[in-house]
Design a binder for this molecule. Structure first.
Ligand code: ADP
Length: 323
């Protein structure tokens, strides 16, 4: 591998810039040429590709979002689109690709690497942490800290008014943001897509707390919870407990933005460095992850399929600490 392309794809996450910076600077260190691809796979298909220098990534390690922009690409789902993308890389001599994104982006990279002679390395960039083979994904720590900060503020006002707050955090298929931020803010209930939402038992527990005059309660709900998110939970709570002052707060896109945390900058830097090392040492078509503080490489095939499992002990901790 002599010329490397780098892109960010799918949903954005804080720390992507730190990963881009690491890929660019490590490539240059090894005397490789490095090219930025704009707007995910769209830039490959539409030939929006530019050469990057060390200065291209100056002053970005602390910035959220991604300087390369990110997008979803319809064209890349079609063979014709991927062929055009390949031709655009080929004419510049780009013969290695680093894709920073979620499992959807890895799916695209896997297909592309099977069809054409361009090895791909995936870096897990998603706030949802819904990727197997790594303890961390770039952006999760920042997102969860943003959620914790917001929920702490909500608890202040909930406490002042004796209110029940139902707070929706991001996570369409994964409950990690809800679970981590919920435990860290002492939420009474945490509802996640990985578990069946037993709304009856939530109500029963709230009624029992009402009897004990414990009126301040926080329920953290992942947006992908099978019950349908915070609004749906609130609807049932208000129906069954008309006396309770229940409010909904949907945190929304604030969870995606902001300056990346120290952890996200660190893992993005380590992963970006190792992505280039992988391309150089022939460890191709893998996702670079970190497990037990060591680099861990998962074939893209497995990174796309597998999902992390929720630790049963964590669910027990939620129950015991919130009683
Ligand atoms: P994320 O990476 O955040 O999971 P998406 O699921 O939207 O986001 O995937 C990002 C992009 O990856 C898609 O818009 C598409 O261009 C590409 N992609 C995803 N799955 C495939 C696939 N099976 N074949 C080709 N490209 C794909």
């Amino acid at each position: 591998v002599t010329k490397i392309g780098v892109l960010t794809s799918g949903g954005d996450s804080p720390g992507m810039n730190a990963a881009i910076r690491a890929v660019v600077r490590t490539s240059l260190y090894h005397g490789l040429e490095v090219y930025g691809v704009l707007r995910g796979y769209n830039g490959m298909v539409e030939d929006d590709i530019f050469k990057m220098e060390s200065r291209s990534v100056a002053n970005i390690i602390q910035r959220g979002g991604t300087i390369l922009k990110t997008a979803r690409s319809k064209d890349f789902y079609e063979y014709d689109g991927r062929k055009r993308a390949y031709d655009n890389l080929k004419k510049r001599g780009i013969n290695g690709l680093v894709v920073i994104g979620g499992d959807g982006s890895f799916n695209g990279a896997l297909r592309f690497s099977k069809e054409f002679d361009i090895p791909c390395i995936g870096l897990p960039g998603t706030i949802d942490k819904d990727i197997a083979g790594t303890d961390f994904t770039i952006g999760f720590d920042t997102a969860v800290n943003t959620a914790v900060e917001a929920i702490d503020k909500i608890r202040d006002t909930a406490d002042a008014h004796d209110r029940l707050f139902i707070i929706e955090v991001m996570g369409r298929d994964a409950g990690y943001i809800a679970l981590h931020s919920g435990i860290a803010t002492g939420a009474e209930h945490i509802l996640i897509p990985e578990r069946k939402t037993d709304i009856e038992s939530v109500i029963a527990s709230l009624q029992e707390k009402e009897k004990r005059k414990k009126l301040v309660n926080l329920i953290v709900v992942a947006e992908g919870d099978e019950f349908g998110g915070a609004e749906q939970v609130a609807r049932v709570v208000k129906e069954k407990m008309p006396n309770v002052d229940a409010r909904v707060c949907i945190l929304g896109h604030i969870q995606r933005g902001g300056s990346p945390s120290c952890i996200d900058r660190l893992i993005a830097s380590r992963m970006g460095y190792h992505a280039v090392e992988c391309l150089l040492t022939g460890k191709h078509n893998v996702m670079v992850g970190i497990q037990n503080n060591k680099m861990h490489y998962t074939p893209l095939e497995n990174a796309v399929k597998a999902k992390q499992k929720i630790n049963e002990e964590w669910m027990r901790i939620v129950k015991i600490l919130a009683s």
